[in-house]
Ligand binder design. Structure first.
Ligand SMILES: Cc1cc2nc3c(=O)[nH]c(=O)nc-3n(C[C@H](O)[C@H](O)[C@H](O)COP(=O)(O)O)c2cc1C
Length: 314
């Protein structure tokens, strides 16, 4: 079983909360909270139950982790040639047709007896890498701050700058970020870099409403300009955003049950770290940004290899 120790600061934040009367929203989260505050450790449920590409259910996560080489902090982004630099129009794949010899399995996501969790596992491991929006929000009264990562996230337009975020669950039982987002109409989307990946991951803790993931993570707040919610100071790129609209979706497996919410957010201010930005070209430097993406299971990806291909002209 994998258990991650929480810092005295995180535990102080949680115990501060325990002194307050829990709201009805927080009550359904108290079992995790109690486990956290009494043992001082947060045992990742997913580490015990998820079969990922990298370690199997039942494996000791800490043991697997310990067997791995150290993180190479100074890895430079390497640009190489594309797989087939002499590729010609109409040539298709670059593997000499090998992929054409393989068969595909057809899956109906709602075939009888198929648990929806199988769709989740397939999609999060297959649709990769996903950008992660580390979303900072504030409650409407400005008293409660929230920070959490979301990888059902993407930029979808630049004029106006638009972003989508998918929240699992309903509006009625909204995650804290979504509750704040719909009530305040605002947020800050922060891009995660290698130098604060552990802290960003820590903000995914299922803390009761009112417990600040800022304290749990040790990340620092920087003032925003147009919205109430703070930016993550450690982030190379933060986007202040206003909610354009939300749309709730219904389960196919359990008709009538609301199981997902899409939020469309318009970016109204960008904050980019000076040393990561070329003002003349308006390009964020990948070598400084060192972005972290989401892969399947518990995995995060680094972007350390790249190729370039010119855009084709007709
Ligand atoms: C890297 C990462 C990506 C995640 N992506 C999503 C997502 O796209 N949608 C979602 O509903 N939850 C996602 N989660 C889970 C939420 O972060 C988690 O439920 C968190 O507790 C929500 O916090 P909140 O209730 O304070 O908003 C993700 C977790 C991690 C670690």
């Amino acid at each position: 079983m994998s258990c991650r120790a929480f810092s005295p600061r995180a535990l102080r934040a949680l115990s501060k909360f325990s002194a307050q009367a829990p709201s009805s929203r927080s009550l359904n989260r108290t079992s995790l909270f109690q486990g956290l505050s009494s043992s001082g450790k947060h045992c990742q449920k997913s580490a015990m139950t998820t079969t990922s590409a990298f370690f199997k259910a039942g494996d000791d996560f800490d043991k697997v982790q310990a067997s791995r080489p150290d993180f190479e902090r100074d890895t430079e982004v390497k640009f190489s040639k594309p797989p087939k630099p002499d590729w010609k129009e109409g040539e298709g794949g670059n593997d000499g047709g090998e992929s054409l010899t393989k068969n595909h399995i057809e899956i109906d996501p709602h075939e009888e007896g198929r648990p929806v969790s199988n769709n989740y596992k397939l999609l999060i491991s297959g649709v990769v890498p996903r950008p992660i929006a580390l979303i900072s929000t504030k409650s409407k009264d400005g008293k409660t701050a929230n920070l959490a990562p979301f990888s059902y996230a993407q930029v979808i337009n630049h004029d106006p700058p638009l972003f989508t975020v998918g929240f699992v669950g309903s509006l009625e039982k909204a995650k804290d970020s979504l509750k704040n987002l719909t009530e305040s109409g605002e947020c800050v989307i922060n891009i995660i870099s290698e130098h604060f990946v552990e802290a960003a991951n820590a903000t995914a803790v299922n803390a009761p409403y009112g417990v600040s993931e800022w304290e749990v993570s040790g990340l620092h707040q920087a003032p925003s300009s147009v919205v109430q919610a703070a930016r993550v100071k450690e982030s190379m790129l933060s986007i202040e955003g206003k909610v354009v609209e939300t749309k709730e979706f219904e389960s196919r497996a359990t008709p009538g049950k609301k199981t997902g919410v899409l939020a469309i957010i318009e970016g109204v201010r960008f904050w980019v770290r000076e040393d990561a930005f070329d003002k003349e070209t308006n390009v964020v430097d990948l070598k400084v940004l060192k972005p972290i993406s989401r892969l399947g299971g518990l995995a995060y990806g680094r972007t350390t290899d790249a190729i370039e291909l010119p855009r084709p002209k007709f």
